[in-house]
Design a protein around this ligand. Structure first.
Ligand code: MN
Ligand code: MN
Length: 428
């Protein structure tokens, strides 16, 4: 029986790769497998696969009834999937452009959380805009906050439990990280202010679920505030009575001036910002690049790891998975499609564009293809202190010959034609 399989595998190079003849020879091959007793079930799967492949291309796929052609044009794979998709996988796609903006004088905010992607229990994202001078009010929250500036500039502040404050200005491609409970602020700077992405290490995080300076003071009895600060009741009455959250303000002075004000209370050891866009790539070839930032090079980022991936047109992010966390993606530029393969043969393919969010369940195998004509850039985010992935190609290259042949049913010469090392971005 083993010999039959090997013989079939060895002759597979001479037969056509696609079309009806492949179906016939697969059935011949499965006839050999039937000797092992598993034949009927395997044959049923093989026929289904052939039928599905034909159906995807033929008239069975026609849809003469009502159609939302705008959605279909943007998401062709979501509606009529590749024939390899199967089963009912949880959602792997959402877009910030489908979520309502909370709009205030000074900017806006909206979020994609486990309320939009039900299985994303580890991370949630907020996309926020601040006009020049406007503040995201001083606040803190239960989750750690990782952020990347997308456009424009901002000044950030964060205070440690030891009373030292870190102050810095950030621009496009720069990160910041605020540990849970550390009070912080963000202020848009000159020009057009800024827009940024925040990622929190709680899937059900809500941008409304934050502790605010204004509310702490407004909801403590005034006589207690007087004992705490020395401010009279009349002065307490002048404090904001409701949340400021986002509000307009004058532009700040130069960074160096505000740092001088802090003097010995300026934090200079721990760095809460990181220039991700300016760092040398962790991997680069002609087809793309990967920049990895985690606690090894950005020490304060203890709970959230990130990779910024660039793929040239036609290239793919290789088939891989992550052994330590689920993956939350933010798509920055370009377009592509991702296929995720889970347990019980569940597989889902969706199309993605800038401002979309992707999700990969923990350990699920996946790959991403640039389907556009320009560079694709997206972020892979993990609730982890270290970035880790496992490469399918690297794994197959480490399989001893007999192990590889027994599983893949291909001639060794074919098996070893695959890349023998991890290559994060592969050509078209
Ligand atoms: Mn925050
Ligand atoms: Mn990945």
């Amino acid at each position: 029986m083993r010999t039959d399989i090997e013989q079939d595998a060895e002759t597979s190079q001479q037969r056509p790769e696609q079309g009806e003849e492949q179906g016939v020879s697969r059935r011949a091959f499965l006839g050999a497998a039937a000797v092992a007793g598993a034949g009927a079930a395997l044959q049923a799967i093989a026929q289904t696969r052939t039928e599905l492949e034909r159906g995807r291309a033929g008239s069975s796929a026609s849809d003469p009834g009502p159609e939302n052609t705008v959605l279909l044009k943007a998401n062709p794979d979501a509606n009529l999937p590749p024939f390899t998709d199967r089963g009912n996988m949880h959602p792997i796609w959402y877009s910030f452009d489908l979520t309502q903006k909370r709009l205030q004088a000074g900017g806006w905010t909206h979020q994609v959380t486990s309320r939009e992607i039900s299985q994303s229990r580890e991370l949630a994202g907020v996309n926020m805009r601040l006009t020049a001078g406007s503040f995201r009010e001083l606040h803190w929250h239960l989750a750690d906050e990782w952020a990347i500036m997308l456009t424009g500039r901002a000044r950030i502040s964060v205070m440690q439990p030891d009373g030292k404050m870190f102050l810095d200005d950030v621009g496009p491609g720069d990160l910041w990280y605020f540990p849970a409970g550390y009070p912080h602020s963000i202020q848009g700077l000159e020009g057009d202010g800024c827009e940024f992405l925040l990622v929190f290490d709680q899937g059900d995080f809500s941008e409304d679920d934050t502790f605010l300076l204004s509310e702490f003071l407004a909801h403590t009895p005034p006589e207690v505030v007087e004992k705490n600060t020395g401010w009279t009741r009349q002065e307490w009455d002048r404090l904001p009575q409701t949340a400021l959250y986002i509000f307009e303000a004058a532009l700040p002075g130069p960074l160096e001036e505000e740092r001088r004000f802090l003097g010995k209370h300026l934090e200079e050891e721990n760095r809460y910002t990181f220039r991700m866009g300016a760092m040398p790539p962790s991997f680069a070839d002609a087809h793309g690049s990967v920049r990895i930032v985690d606690a090894t090079n950005f020490s304060v980022a203890r709970n959230i790891a990130a990779a910024m991936v660039s793929i040239q047109p036609g290239g793919i992010r290789e088939m891989h998975w992550h052994p330590n966390a689920s993956e939350w993606q933010y798509w920055i530029k370009g377009q592509g499609r991702m296929t995720v393969v889970g347990t019980e043969a569940k597989a889902r393919t969706m199309d993605f564009r800038a401002n979309d969010v992707g999700f990969v369940p923990a350990m699920a195998g996946h790959s991403i293809e640039n389907t556009g004509t320009e560079e694709l850039i997206f972020l892979e985010m993990f609730k982890a202190s270290r970035y880790q992935d496992i490469s399918l190609n690297q794994w197959m290259s480490r399989m001893p010959d007999s192990m590889a042949k027994a599983h893949l049913r291909l001639p060794l010469s074919t098996i070893r034609r695959a890349p023998q090392e991890r290559v994060p971005i592969l050509p078209r």
